[in-house]
Design a protein around this ligand. Structure first.
Ligand code: AAO
Length: 512
């Protein structure tokens, strides 16, 4: 009896913090705007073989279709109904993706937009991804159905009806975020419709949710919705397993709404992480890599077991959302790889890797006026497939950061070191740092303008190791540099400041 209660609790009570990934698969990759057919193929051909844990997909529900001037990426954040047809594909393709990814042990987390429907000026007609009629002006969404009774207008007291002041909690949660029609989540009917949508996704095999715009929803309303959720599909998960939940809350300090107000519901995005790490790696504001010694809670971040961390996300990689100019992205590849490698080597938080597409950046007075540009697409607006080049990188405008050797190999590093503690920290007081993870892995980074040459205690068993930044182990040899750890655990690290990637990382799996 007690054993049964305990078992139910193990899979249920804390499940909202647990990513439900397979053992030794630790990272999430956000395949931003990918088609379901491409995600399915990527799970089988790349993510499973290289030990990625899960994929965050773009919102799967029906959304508005906008030609202003041409299909922005953010139309996916303007729901029209909860039917599963979107720019990424049909419900059939969605089912196929979830099944195939789960079959190879890669989890799918859906980005769910439940705070609002489309913008107030979204017009009326059937310009939506499944062609369902709606009327934004009349707040009529027959595809759900929602009517004007299901929106918050009466509760909002700003002149514009929009959020005007982030210091007023009632406004932030009861008014419209950038004019998006704000759902009345206190209504049982609305809660029920949202729970029905999320349960449909769970039934198909989805393992968790990235919940959009949580700052704009009352935690009590969210709790009422989550309490109606079913457990995960037992075809792939043990009975009674509750979904993994991570909530988008931008809390850089200075506003009354805090991340901590959402901890009981699940993990929360830690936006300070990418903003601060970008500042340190760029060496702005007098920051130094040496200061990373107490990275994590020591930097006033949320507790590690509540944090979802990332170097950049789909908003701040194009100057939106939060973080500002310090955010590192694929546009700065050398420093970006340093930041991502540090994140994946460091024990703090649940890590998420960004996978982007290129767009034609055009800066006017410091702002990218093309920040709206949608995924690579054909003249008729359909998204282009992700093609592969002979060197395994992606074509058709897809960046595929997760396929960059340095990033992919550091995701494997994280799997290999597991829960081992951070040990043997070393720094030169400036921008050369090194640290290990128990007796399983060690990384050294030289972000100074002069060469590094140091003998360091790695904590690793003696032997010859392949550097997983410049290459990896293949058969009985290293494709890149190799390093010798002596009988006392010491190794010599020589990293030129002009190296293509100014870092070296070794772990026990790639020992010769
Ligand atoms: C589009 C158009 C709008 C139009 C609307 C409706 O751009 O002009 O009115 O349609 O027709 C995405 C796009 C939006 C787009 C929307 C709908 O980003 O441009 O609007 O789809 O298509 C806030 C929210 C946060 C949100 C973020 C972008 O709190 O939840 O804005 N992120 C999510 C998604 C995002 C999506 C939505 C939500 C909506 O990831 O992709 O929008 O579904 C402060 C606040 C933050 C606030 C930012 C807004 O941040 O703290 O809570 O985020 O402002 O910029 C310093 C501060 C930092 C501050 C920051 C920025 O860093 O420390 O706190 O500056 O000022």
């Amino acid at each position: 009896m007690w054993a049964a209660v305990l078992l139910a609790c193990l899979s249920g009570c804390w499940a909202q913090y647990d990513p439900h990934t397979e053992p030794k698969r630790t990272s999430i990759v956000h395949l931003f705007e990918w088609r379901w057919a491409d995600v399915a193929a990527e799970c089988e051909r790349y993510l499973a073989p290289h030990g990625f844990g899960a994929v965050q997909i773009s919102p799967p529900n029906e959304h508005i279709v906008l030609n202003q001037p041409w299909r922005p990426w953010w139309e996916r954040y303007q729901p029209i109904s909860y039917k599963l047809c979107s720019r990424s594909g049909t419900e059939e393709e969605f089912r196929d993706m979830v099944t195939r990814c789960n079959n190879v042990g890669v989890r799918i987390y859906a980005d769910v937009v439940i705070n609002h429907m489309c913008g107030a000026s979204g017009g009326s007609g059937n310009h939506s991804s499944c062609g369902t009629y709606f009327n934004a002006g009349a707040e009529d969404f027959p595809g759900v159905p929602y009517s004007s009774w299901d929106f918050n207008d009466g509760k909002c007291h700003t002149a514009s009806g929009n959020i005007e002041n982030y210091n007023d909690v009632n406004q932030v949660r009861d008014c419209r975020l950038v004019s998006l029609l704000d759902l009345a989540l206190q209504k049982e009917y609305v809660r029920g419709k949202i729970a029905e949508y999320l349960n449909h996704l769970l039934a198909l095999g989805v393992a968790g949710f990235r919940v959009d715009a949580c700052k704009h929803m009352w935690p009590g309303d969210m709790a009422a919705i989550f309490s109606q959720l079913t457990t995960l599909n037992t075809r792939w998960f043990s009975p009674g397993t509750k979904p993994f939940i991570y909530q988008e809350v931008i809390d850089l300090g200075g506003e009354p709404i805090k991340s901590s107000q959402y901890f009981r519901l699940g993990r929360v995005t830690e936006f300070k992480y990418g903003a601060k790490l970008g500042t340190v790696v760029r060496r702005w504001n007098g920051e130094k890599m040496a200061y990373l010694r107490n990275w994590g809670e020591g930097w006033a971040f949320m507790p590690s077991d509540r944090a979802l961390v990332f170097v950049d996300n789909h908003d701040n990689q194009r100057g939106q959302g939060a973080g500002g100019a310090s955010i590192l992205t694929f546009w700065d590849p050398r420093l970006y790889k340093v930041a991502v490698a540090f994140m994946l080597a460091h024990p703090y938080g649940q890590t998420r890797i960004m996978s982007s597409y290129r767009w034609d950046r055009k800066f006017v007075n410091g702002k990218d006026v093309n920040d709206w540009v949608g995924p690579p697409s054909y003249p008729d607006g359909t998204t282009k497939p992700v093609t592969l080049r002979p060197d395994t990188t992606c074509g058709n405008g897809w960046v595929c950061e997760h396929r960059w050797r340095q990033i992919r190999n550091m995701a494997i590093f994280r799997n290999v070191v597991g829960e081992e503690p951070l040990m043997n920290w070393w720094d030169n007081g400036r921008n050369q740092i090194a640290f290990g993870r128990g007796a399983r892995g060690f990384i050294a980074i030289n972000n100074d303008d002069w060469n590094m040459a140091m003998t360091l205690q790695t904590g690793l068993p003696p032997g010859t190791y392949c550097d997983v930044i410049s290459g990896q182990k293949e058969g009985d040899h290293c494709t890149g540099l190799q390093l010798t750890v002596n009988a006392c655990g010491n190794a010599v690290f020589q990293i030129s400041s002009s190296a293509q990637d100014p870092m070296v990382a070794i772990h026990v799996r790639d020992k010769l």
